[in-house]
Ligand binder design. Structure first.
Ligand code: AMP
Length: 489
């Protein structure tokens, strides 16, 4: 059985593992030893009680990883906060978690109301100067059912909800990604990190890499606008494992240079977070004939991913809608009136400080935690799972999980708005935009967006707004979302 704490200790105690590169970010190459030294300095400043969460704020700098390690060492859960989150949302997260410290890794993130710790890494020469190894770093780390991280996702009630992941769950997940998902354990591999660290997809590569002494090549979000720069980073660093949402691969596929000629070292494409279409999987296999393609599925509430399988030529031949695979060892999935319910040690211990929300979605039987996903599923005769949609108004846009109800609450709170409904527009089954109808005083789109930017992340912003006299209703007196979609056609 893998234990992250023991794996980190083993790296700390071995000279050559300490000198291995843990993280590459642009021109920065940071070794495990350097990360551990910085983590030890940060840990010593985390003087609030064990268990109190720490906001770790920034973007892709290696200092973020040092911040996470410092929290693990100090027995404190870390809450990754990406610089793209608006100040209002960070304030909500600080309030919900009752965080007593925020580690600040760059100056683009603005946090108030929480004591700040400067998390930026000193320059390399001063890091190397005569420091003793921090041998005691992982002597009393987060363990068992103690929360290791809290990732915030969109919530229907107008505020984000914090998913608590205990160390037991992270270790259970790593046991799968390290020991049984791939044909051989991915030891000392070079991983791509595309997802922002506050999105749970990043757990896959960051912690699988850390547990196996590997290297993470961190791409800035700007790589979405400049895929060629990303290809350069990936090829210069001989990246072997690609991890992203299918949406990012689709963006890359628009560029003919995205092929095994440009990226010859890629062995595996791991996709998770949203539907992997047949077309995307097929295009990747054509451009990278030597690589394997994996489709993984799972919510943040069950530690990143719970099912997975390799998508082979035979899978593509047999299915037009791709399966999401088999359940990882140690976890069970059953269908409750078609809804996917996950049971096992990888399930979260609930939403931080939100017992009512937790009771709605989680339950425990014989000490085993279960989570009702809201996803509709089906098994075929071979026991392969298919995820066939949602039973509610949660959507995925470019891999981001969004509750339309949260956007509606934010808009309803603005002056002069009486009623509001947001809907998703789709093309070939995939969400391409969120649009909004409202009743009340006319607002121009610019000022609506400006007010919402203070509280909603950019990826939740509706692209169009329309004022109407009243919201259309169906015969059951529910908002007629199809009728709203037609208004925007
Ligand atoms: P998140 O918590 O952001 O990881 O989002 C989890 C949700 O994304 C799941 O509950 C599904 O609705 C969706 N999802 C994740 N992976 C897949 C997949 N491979 N295929 C279809 N939907 C997926």
């Amino acid at each position: 059985m893998i234990s992250l704490q023991n794996a980190l200790k083993a790296i700390l105690n071995d000279e050559s593992s300490r000198q291995a590169i843990a993280c590459i970010h642009g021109a920065e190459h940071i070794t495990y030893g350097q990360l551990f030294h910085h983590a030890a300095l940060l840990r010593d400043q985390l003087d609030a009680p064990r268990g109190n969460p720490v906001l770790v704020c920034g973007h892709k700098e290696p200092a973020m990883l040092a911040g996470f390690l410092a929290c693990i060492a100090a027995g404190r859960p870390f809450v990754p906060i990406d610089q793209s989150l608006p100040a209002g949302r960070i304030r909500q997260i600080a309030e919900i978690t009752e965080a007593r410290h925020a580690i600040i890794c760059n100056d683009k993130v603005s946090v108030s109301g929480v004591p700040l710790i400067d998390g930026s890494l000193p320059d390399q020469s001063s890091q190397d100067a005569g420091n003793q190894e921090p041998e005691d770093l992982f002597d009393d780390p987060v363990a068992g059912l103690e929360t290791v991280y809290i990732i915030f996702t969109s919530g229907t009630t107008g505020e984000p909800k914090g998913v608590k992941i205990p160390m037991e769950a992270l270790n259970d997940f790593l046991n799968w990604t390290v020991n049984s998902l791939f044909p051989a354990p991915p030891v000392k591999k070079v991983w791509m990190n595309h997802a922002i660290l506050s999105f749970d997809l990043s757990v896959f590569e960051v912690w699988t890499s850390m547990a196996t002494g590997g290297t993470v090549v961190a791409l800035e979000s700007a790589s979405n606008r400049n895929v060629r720069a990303a290809f350069r980073d990936l090829s210069d660093n001989n990246v072997q494992l690609w991890v992203s949402t299918p949406s990012y691969a689709d963006l890359c596929l628009l560029d003919p240079r995205f092929s095994s000629e440009t990226l010859p070292t890629i062995e595996d494409f791991v996709f998770c977070g949203e539907v992997l279409s047949h077309g995307t999987a097929q295009a990747i296999k054509r451009r990278f004939p030597q690589a394997r393609v994996w489709n993984l599925y799972g919510p943040t509430e069950a530690t990143c991913a719970t099912t997975g399988m390799e998508i082979t030529d035979a899978t593509l031949e047999a299915h037009t809608v791709l399966p999401v695979g088999w359940v990882k060892p140690g976890t069970q999935i059953h269908l409750d009136a078609g809804e996917i319910v996950i049971t096992g040690p990888n399930v979260s211990t609930g939403y931080m400080n939100r017992p009512a929300m937790t009771a709605e979605k989680f339950f425990t039987t014989d000490n085993l935690r279960s989570y009702r996903t809201g996803d509709r599923g089906e098994f075929d005769e071979a026991g392969t799972l298919f995820c066939i949609g949602r039973a509610d108004s949660q959507i995925k846009l470019n891999g981001y999980r969004i509750e339309l109800g949260e956007i509606e609450s934010a808009i309803r709170a603005l002056d002069g708005i009486d009623a509001v409904a947001c809907v998703d527009l789709r093309k070939e089954g995939r969400v391409t935009a969120i649009v909004c109808c409202y009743c009340g005083i006319e607002h121009d789109d610019g000022s609506l967006k400006q007010s919402l930017e203070l509280i909603l992340p950019h990826y939740m912003m509706p692209s169009r707004f329309m004022r109407i006299s009243e919201l259309p209703l169906s015969i059951n007196n529910k908002i007629d979302r199809q009728a709203i979609r037609r208004l925007f056609k």
